[in-house]
Design a protein around this ligand. Structure first.
Ligand SMILES: [Zn+2]
Ligand SMILES: [Zn+2]
Length: 142
């Protein structure tokens, strides 16, 4: 069990397993939402996660397949949730303990602006490569 907290401390997120692999999303929506790339860890599915109190969480449906949650009091980004799978990504910086965390993958790399670059050695995926993976995972007949 590991707890994440927003900036004002009123919203807590408890996850069962802390995954040390951090993913960065450079898509234009994440950057507009968070004033920079979104850096998250795997939070598991809705039944593995506890977010309290729900009345301080505003959920914004940012696309057909995802919603984004933020603290209604301080505005901290709390999660990105994929609706078809109920899968949560949680910003790594909501966790105080993050010693073992390591940036391993960068997605929507083709949408990354030129003004910054991470020096970490990472797997880099373009939007087309992500769409191919989603297609293979969820839509192709097996
Ligand atoms: Zn807050
Ligand atoms: Zn994104």
């Amino acid at each position: 069990m590991k707890t994440a907290k927003c900036l004002c401390g009123k919203v807590s997120i408890e996850i069962q397993d802390f995954h040390t692999k951090v993913g960065a999303c450079h898509c234009s929506m994440c950057r507009k939402w968070g004033s920079g790339p979104l850096l998250t860890v795997n939070g598991g599915t809705g039944d593995q996660i506890k977010i309290t109190p729900e009345n301080l969480v505003t959920r914004y449906k940012s696309s057909e397949w995802a919603e984004r949650g933020f603290c209604s009091n301080c505005g901290s980004n709390l999660f990105y949730r994929l609706l078809p799978t109920d899968f949560y990504s949680i910003p790594i910086d909501l966790f105080d303990e993050q010693e073992d965390a390591n940036l391993t993958v960068e997605v929507y790399y083709d949408q990354k602006p030129k003004y910054y670059d991470f020096a970490n050695e990472t797997q880099k995926l373009t939007e087309a490569e992500i769409m191919e993976m989603v297609q293979a995972e969820y839509f192709d007949e097996k």
